[in-house]
Design a protein around this ligand. Structure first.
Ligand code: HEM
Length: 463
């Protein structure tokens, strides 16, 4: 063999030799089982992945923004390209976001991408959670992963809230101020909570640095830890899988249709990796299109935070609208003072802390409310679970009505009336809407189930 041939052979074998080299050091062969982990070929299972990819986009775009954002409210002279602000003194945070938007190359695009990724993150988490809920994938043994997931949902809302305030424009800081009032309304510990999360009186010079610290370090690190736990539990317990109609023949063995210990699906590598890559690029493409065409939070129009003024319209992001709805609906007469100890319980506390805490408590506790002693590895059809599906539908109606209540001023102006006229109807809808919707779902599904069972019994009797 010529020297050239031998060199060619060595080069063509390079990947194999590199693998052997790495295998001797990291025992790659022992990881091959993980590459064969099966993923159910079910599209709704990809919603969790969309959330995961949004988090990656958020981290990357956030790093870009972090290079230019100034977490400070010290006054500086604006010298950027928005003519109406030139030469004026503004808080540094506001000026730096103006600069990112109008003067830094690709700044506006990346800022919009970060914004839309945050919205898609929360939306995909919500849909992923509904998928898990309605198919019963939270049941034994996956209760803990539901609890970890619920923590992730709360953290993602915390990330969105702390980020919303950072540009320190008039609109965002007024909406953030609502959160400050709610935090300070907590009996006994309200003052401390406001100090911890807002750096004292809102807005003080410590507020933006504090929210920035929470937004770029504390919350993302906690989300990262939560995600690692979520994925580790998922890999260890395996996915749930749709019930099989019959035994499944595979090249190696035939899998019993009732055997929940074995999961039928695409191997992690290369099949699922290819599907996930498509989902990743589709997520990226969707966010790029949104960032390219849809503007976000126009701070040049709102202007910097003005402690003396209040904007005409104050609106939180859509995923906080239900919380805002509680605050808007609760009448002030509900506030009271606990005798003897003299602790004041305000409507702000009831609507902003107590009610949402009950909602979150219900969410965290759900797998233990619908507790199942025996492990389940197959998903269920929501139509065959009347009371669980009824609770899910009731919860969706409750959150939707509360969200509409958050926009009661818009509703009132569309109907040509005032909020004091629409509020009683909204309160009635909030109390009775979920009961009626849940009740109807329960009746219909139970009746269907009974008919199906009777049909089965008749077939069995005929046989
Ligand atoms: C940052 C937010 C989240 C991310 C990135 C995420 C990601 C994922 C991924 C990729 C999967 C596997 C594929 C799938 O089943 O969709 C999964 C499964 C799961 N997630 Fe999440 N998730 C998040 C939040 C949540 C929430 C809010 C809940 C419920 C409250 C939840 C509960 C679960 C459960 C129980 C499973 C196992 C489902 C099964 O085996 O069928 N997750 N998650």
């Amino acid at each position: 063999m010529s020297r050239l041939d031998s060199l060619r052979r060595t080069a063509s074998d390079a990947p194999g030799r590199a693998y052997d080299w790495a295998d001797r050091r990291f025992e790659l062969d022992s990881g091959r089982d993980a590459l064969g982990k099966a993923f159910p070929a079910e599209d709704s299972f990809l919603l969790g992945e969309v959330a995961l990819f949004c988090f990656i986009v958020l981290a990357l775009t956030g790093m870009f923004l972090g290079m230019f954002f100034e977490p400070s409210t010290s006054e500086v002279t604006y010298e950027g390209s928005v003519e109406k602000f030139q030469g004026q003194e503004f808080p540094e945070a506001f000026v730096s976001v103006l600069q990112i938007t109008y003067d830094i190359p690709y700044g506006m695009f990346i800022r919009r991408m970060h914004h839309w990724a945050a919205h898609l993150f929360v939306a995909s988490i919500g849909l992923h959670m509904l998928r898990v809920f309605f198919t019963g994938a939270y049941r034994n043994p996956r209760e803990l992963n539901w609890v970890v997931g619920s923590g992730l949902a709360v953290l993602s809302m915390g990330a969105a809230y702390t980020g919303y305030a950072l540009p320190f424009d008039e609109f965002a800081s007024t909406a953030t101020g609502i959160g400050y009032n709610v935090a300070s309304s907590i009996p006994v510990v309200g003052g401390i909570a406001a100090k911890v999360f807002f750096g004292g009186q809102f807005p003080s010079s410590a507020t933006i640095p504090r929210l920035y610290f929470l937004h770029v370090l504390v919350i993302p690190v906690l989300i990262g830890i939560g995600l690692a736990a979520h994925m580790a539990i998922l890999v260890r317990q395996k996915h749930t899988e749709a019930p099989r109609d019959e035994d499944v023949a595979s090249p190696r063995e035939t899998v019993d249709k009732d055997d929940g210990d074995v999961i039928i699906g695409l191997p992690a590598f290369p099949n699922q990796a290819a599907v996930s890559a498509v989902v990743f690029f589709l997520t990226l493409a969707t966010l790029s299109v949104l960032a390219g065409f849809l503007p976000v939070h126009n701070i040049a129009e709102y202007g910097p935070n003005d402690p003396a003024g209040t904007p005409e319209l104050i609106m939180p992001d859509w995923f906080f609208m239900w919380l805002y709805g509680f605050l808007k609906l609760l009448p002030t007469w509900m506030s009271f003072t606990i005798p003897v100890v003299g602790i004041h319980v305000s409507t702000e506390f009831i609507g902003g802390v107590l009610l949402p805490s009950l909602v979150f408590l219900g969410m965290f506790a759900w797998p233990f409310i619908d507790y199942q002693r025996d492990p389940t590895h197959f998903t269920s059809d929501p139509l065959s679970r009347p009371w669980q599906t009824a609770v899910g539908v009731a919860a969706i109606v409750f959150i939707m009505v509360a969200s509409i209540a958050g926009m009661n001023n818009i509703l009132a102006s569309v109907l040509g009336t005032t909020t004091s006229v629409v509020n009683p109807f909204l309160i009635a809808a909030l109390v009775f809407g979920p009961i009626v919707a849940g009740g109807v779902v329960y009746r219909v599904l139970s009746a269907d189930l009974e008919t199906a069972e009777e049909g089965q019994q008749e077939v069995a009797a005929d046989d």
